[in-house]
Design a protein around this ligand. Structure first.
Ligand code: A3P
Length: 295
């Protein structure tokens, strides 16, 4: 397999190939009408990207398909070492340069590492956060199926690594807090996975308002249908099944795994939960940022 230890980028643990590509990412030239989708991993990135892709295509699934090469939202800091099929560019930046405006861009970067150009051009940003207990469980399964990660070991070990920020993209706490604190300065809409689960229609309306777009009810209904967990799970353009199995092995755990809130309850022991709660309280102290651990 291609499992290897993570490298470090300005103190943030990250895949070595991404670190090799960093100079290009740092110098990335955003355009004023780029929309940035920012998340900590496993927080609903793919879901939010699919919603925005549908909004950008007026809810027309066929148009999304026709645009195949630009269909999947480019991943800014992505850099592969040749595991990706030859037809697709090996770097997110390369793909973005070929993408016509208005572009959607996704990133997992913590706010302090975001290339300066996004701020300079005044780009809009949509951030989506998810409660850390579900994130760590989702991440644990993702570490198992996505072979660019080191072996996660037992859940107990992975929980420690997560709490200590020793996983790809570093500390969840710093990530969600860092972006939260920037929401005044930037044109930033801060969303929560749990809200999207509870009332996707309301959240999609929030997004439309933020983008200054008006769409008819029928389009909203189409977007909601197409981006439901069930539909996305069977959509090869969204479920990562076209990735080579040397990179993502869906037989270990599907990318579209459960798509619910509160699955952590099926995994945490009582002791692990108490320890996690204490750690959470310490690391979220003084913040008005608040998470629902289930819906
Ligand atoms: P689970 O592992 O808990 O199922 P990301 O895209 O940031 O990697 O996040 C992946 C998580 O989002 C997975 O969580 C996945 O199932 C969930 N997800 C993807 N599409 C979804 C949808 N349409 N509705 C709800 N959850 C979704």
């Amino acid at each position: 397999g291609c499992r290897e230890e993570l490298g470090s980028l300005h103190g943030i643990p990250l895949y070595k190939s991404f670190i090799e590509g960093w100079p290009q990412v740092e110098a990335f030239q955003a355009r004023h009408d780029d929309l940035l989708i920012a998340t900590y991993p496993k927080s609903g990135t793919t879901w939010l990207s699919e919603i925005l892709d549908m909004i950008y295509h007026d809810g027309d699934v066929e148009k999304c398909r026709r645009d195949a090469i630009f269909n999947r939202v480019p991943f800014l800091e992505m850099k592969s070492r040749g595991h990706i099929p030859l037809s697709s560019p090996s770097a997110g930046v390369e793909l973005l340069e070929k993408t016509p405006s208005p572009r959607l861009v996704k990133t997992h970067l913590p706010v302090q590492l975001l290339p300066a150009s996004f701020q300079e051009k005044g780009c809009k940003v949509i951030y989506m956060a998810r409660n850390p207990k579900d994130v760590v469980i989702s991440y644990y399964y993702f570490y198992q199926m996505a072979k660019m990660h080191p072996d996660p070991g037992m859940l107990a070990e992975f929980l420690e690594a997560f709490m200590n920020g020793k996983v790809a993209y570093g500390s969840w706490y710093e990530h969600v807090r860092g972006w939260w604190e920037k929401r005044q300065e930037k044109q930033l809409l801060y969303l929560f996975y749990e809200d999207m689960k509870k009332d996707p229609r309301r959240e999609v309306q929030k997004i439309l308002q933020f983008l200054g777009k008006e769409v008819v009810e029928e389009t909203v209904a189409r977007i909601l249908h197409h981006t439901s967990f069930q539909e996305m799970k069977k959509n090869p353009a969204a479920n990562y099944e076209t990735m080579p199995s040397s990179l993502m092995d869906h037989s270990l755990s599907p990318f579209m795994r459960k798509g619910i809130s509160g699955d952590w309850k099926n995994h945490f022991t009582v002791a692990q939960n108490e320890r996690f709660d204490r750690h959470y309280q310490q690391h979220m102290a003084g913040s008005d940022l608040c998470f629902q651990m289930e819906v």
